[in-house]
Write a protein that binds this ligand. Structure first.
Ligand code: KG4
Ligand code: ZN
Length: 351
């Protein structure tokens, strides 16, 4: 399976082989990040992202085939992210996949980017269904019950900013650069996480949703009150912010696992983490504790597969293809595409 990913600021292509027993081999996984293109703007500029995908995608696909030791015509099918994401970029990847599918006479699989994150744990660890996924990236913060391929139930989401977005905004506020997550984490190392008691939004409510915009405002007000900030102030704010989100995420994970155990008493509770924020050690440690307390297994795929990449798209395509699902060449790119829409269900031989 060739997998193509262009929904945000990574241009990526990968060749993944799935055998009949469901075991995977990643033959190549080429990712070109556009950090340099967007650095001056402090965030991803959609039009620049789309143009960079146009410039680089065909070279990235050629490189993925070369590294895998195959020719394009050797693949069984072609999978591309068809949404959700920045629509200009999604169009570049999906249109390229359609052109290849038409020219090579191979099936097309239109992949939901969230499903690709959701199934990644099976690519590496062969994790069995069902499991709970916590997706924490620059665009999403959600708990999803993964029952099977195409069978998802969203249990909670963010009502404002995504968690990665909150890290990025706090980094911008503290002039730490972009992307903000790694910068906040590095700065927080020399800070006091107890110096500021930032709010833990929504934590008193039973719902499994997140909200990070009030926390971000509290951080801004604190920074303004202390200005001009010393290096120690910046480190203390970063550490206190990180402590607040780690607590929110781990308490929520505990609640979500409790629901898992109540609703699926015959299955062992498993929590899979996906998305760039999974790289954060403080958050990972907090999740580890929450899982230990709930008697649940925590699965964190290698970080290169947690952030956006082509292998996860190829794998999601392969899982769908193995069940007989393919898509028509007139499949439309989708800026929004919730995972729990009925059309995620696998319908064999749609094309
Ligand atoms: O999954 P991802 O690569 O891209 C998508 O958003 O789809 O996630 C990127 C996000 C950014 O917001 C980035 O700041 C955040 O993940 N991130 C982190 C860390 N590394 C990346 N957040 C906190 N701590 C980190 N170490
Ligand atoms: Zn993503």
């Amino acid at each position: 399976m060739l997998g193509i990913e262009t929904s945000c600021d990574e241009t990526a292509a990968s060749i993944v082989v799935r055998d009949s027993a469901g075991k995977a081999v990643i033959r190549s996984n080429v990712v070109r990040s556009q950090l340099d293109e967007h650095a001056a703007f402090g965030g991803v500029v959609p039009e620049l992202a789309a143009r960079a995908h146009v410039t680089y995608l065909d070279h990235i696909i050629a490189q993925a085939c070369r590294e895998a030791g195959i020719k394009l015509g050797d693949v069984d099918a072609i999978a591309a992210t068809a949404g959700p994401g920045l629509i200009g970029g999604v169009l570049v990847g999906l249109t390229t996949a359609k052109a290849l599918a038409a020219a090579l006479d191979k099936p097309l699989i239109a992949v939901n980017h969230l499903e690709a994150h959701a199934l990644t744990a099976r690519l590496i660890d062969g994790v069995q269904f069902p499991y709970l996924m916590l997706l924490v990236s620059g665009g999403h913060s959600q708990f999803v019950l993964v029952r099977g391929v195409g069978d998802y139930e969203r249990w909670g989401t963010t009502i404002d900013d995504a968690l990665g977005e909150a890290f990025d905004k706090v980094a911008k506020l503290l002039a730490l650069g972009h992307p903000g997550g790694p910068a906040v984490e590095a700065t927080a190392k020399s800070g006091d996480p107890k110096r500021f008691k930032f709010p833990r939004p929504l934590l008193r409510e039973a719902r499994l949703d997140f909200s990070f915009s009030g926390l971000k405002t509290a951080v801004r007000l604190q920074a303004e009150a202390l200005a001009p900030l010393s290096d120690q102030d910046v480190a203390d704010i970063a550490a206190s912010f990180q402590a607040a989100v780690a607590e929110v995420v781990s308490v929520r994970a505990g609640q979500a696992l409790a629901r898992f155990k109540a609703e699926l008493p015959d299955h062992k509770p498993q929590l899979v983490v996906a998305g760039g924020v999974a790289a954060n050690r403080t958050i990972a440690a907090a999740l580890d504790k929450a899982c230990a307390a709930a008697g649940a297994t925590l699965i964190v795929p290698p970080i290169a597969l947690c952030t956006d990449n082509g292998a996860m798209v190829a794998w999601a395509g392969a899982e769908r293809f193995a069940l007989g699902a393919t898509d028509h060449l007139d499949f439309t790119a989708r800026p929004r595409w919730p995972l729990d829409l009925p059309d995620m269900k696998v319908v064999p031989d749609a094309a």
